[in-house]
Design a protein around this ligand. Sequence first.
Ligand code: ATP
Length: 215
Amino acid sequence: MSLLGIFGGTFDPIHYGHLRTAFELRLALGMNELRFVPAGDPPHRSAPLADASVRFRMVEAAIADQPGFVADDRELHRAGPSYTLTTLLEFRQEFPREPICLVVGMDAFLGLPEWHRWREILPLAHLVVAHRPGWSAPTEGILGRLLQEHRARAPVELKQSSGGRIYVHPVTQLEISSTELRELVAAGRDPRYLVPDVVRDTIRNTGCYTGPKAR
Ligand code: ATP
């Protein structure tokens, strides 16, 4: 059974931390496809600075030459907050039996209990948690227990059911964050080598992090 990966995020902007994580996880898990799904209106944070269409264009351009990477704009066409649950329900309808892996960074995983109807997420998909610099897997509390109960020890276990397991995988640690990138650009510095050149060009051409909203 092939694995379908879903990588959600604000991607304001997409950077090499996201891209390298996705690349390593797709290879390590043997995902035949990994969908990048930018959030239209992310529910747990302030509104993105760059317009949804610009963020989507940056994602598309950044992954254009990577086989198996697909940009998916479904959350941008949906009114209201971009809940992951809604997205997973849609994917489940399209792919009723295929194992689906929702890729999240460790920081995002630690915030899982604040997600909209979060207990309904795991039955719909596996969670694949990428280690991020400075974050370690919880051993106590609600997430510690969840991890104990559902943890998969090897990627092959993810192919045995359509969802319900949690797999924690280390990835090359690139301490890059979109927040710092936006601040760096707003301060007039160059994001070169933190983002692909096509993303850097879009940032420069649209002025999305230097306009009035960025101040
Ligand atoms: P911001 O600084 O605006 O919060 P971000 O850099 O964390 O943005 P998001 O678009 O919010 O990026 O993140 C999408 C997903 O990518 C999340 O699951 C997050 O944990 C993960 N992620 C973000 N940056 C990295 C990184 N440097 N390495 C690995 N995973 C990352």
